[in-house]
Design a protein around this ligand. Structure first.
Ligand SMILES: C[S@@+](CC[C@H](N)C(=O)[O-])C[C@H]1O[C@@H](n2cnc3c(N)ncnc32)[C@H](O)[C@@H]1O
Length: 272
């Protein structure tokens, strides 16, 4: 009886001590540890020429999960906490969001994740070794509303070909956006490289949203378009090059209701 009471009190104190972070009321995976357990998850030194040495980076050989345009890292942090046997890389072009991601990775004492500042296309084309990635994720890529910026959109035939090259056989791609125009375009090119299908409803591991943007979009009642696919293993380099040159570029017009919302959201993210 006394033992049970002590055990219960102990559990209560443990729970009080655990530091769980929330964003929009939704917990971020893992907990903030005491500083002596913190790690270094920033990847600052990038090769000037050639690929990253993934095995050297993590000191082991494990399936690799990457998130391109990872923002504040919510998805990749969750995956690193929940899937210890996988290694993870999160890349974003904006240094400020990578600082948030890195701080959270460090404070959670994670050894299986690194974050880097890089352009998404350069990251996939130049830094990732061919045939090294088990899962490539890209959630809510910037839709770039201004027509003169359409060619800065990440999801293009060239990007899909680059993803195909870095995936392992049967490797998977996961894509998501809240712009129907971006989604319609994405589906039209993705099916040439992957056995791709649309997902109805949230990802089962994160019913309240895998990423910051997804949580916001759910809260606003927006429709979210999600899908995943498996690499079409039979495509060779000459097929990829032909698809790159034949498929259309992302010259679609985005929905006007997204413009103001994205403008405000960009300001908030940078001020956070
Ligand atoms: C709408 S936010 C989505 C962030 C996160 N994936 C999420 O779902 O919450 C788009 C992200 O893409 C990043 N981004 C924009 N252009 C990029 C590029 N060329 N390469 C890598 N990241 C890029 C932005 O800095 C931003 O963090």
């Amino acid at each position: 009886m006394r033992l049970t009471l002590r055990k219960r009190t102990g559990n209560l104190q443990d729970r009080k001590r655990r530091k769980i972070e929330r964003e929009f009321g939704v917990p971020i995976a893992g907990e903030i540890l005491d500083p002596q357990h913190w790690t270094q998850t920033a990847l600052k030194k990038l090769p000037l020429d050639g690929n990253l040495d993934i095995q050297e980076l993590f000191g082991r050989s494990a399936p690799l999960v990457v998130d391109v345009g990872c923002g504040n890292g919510r998805f990749i942090l969750g995956s690193s906490v929940w899937r210890e046997s996988f290694d993870h890389l999160g890349a974003d072009i904006l240094p400020v969001v990578i600082r948030y991601a890195t701080r959270r990775g460090n404070q959670r004492g994670l050894n299986n994740v690194r974050f880097l500042v890089a352009d998404g296309l350069k990251f996939v084309e130049k830094l990732l070794p061919k045939g090294s990635v088990s899962e490539l994720h890209c959630y809510h890529p910037q839709p770039y509303h201004a027509p003169e910026k359409s060619l800065e959109r990440l999801l293009t035939p060239r990007f899909m070909a680059a993803v195909h090259r870095v995936l392992v056989p049967d490797g998977q791609i996961f894509l998501q956006t809240d712009s129907k125009a971006y989604w319609d375009y994405t589906k039209s090119i993705t099916s040439h490289f992957f056995n791709f299908s649309e997902r109805i409803g949230c990802w089962p591991d994160s019913p309240r949203g895998r990423t910051r943007r997804e949580i916001l979009a759910i809260k606003r009642g927006m429709t979210i378009y999600r899908g995943s696919g498996t690499k079409l293993n039979h495509l060779h380099e000459d097929d990829l090059q032909k698809l790159e040159s034949d498929l259309p570029m992302p010259l679609f017009t985005t929905e006007s209701y997204l413009h103001k919302l994205d403008y405000e959201e960009n300001l908030t993210r940078q001020r956070e």
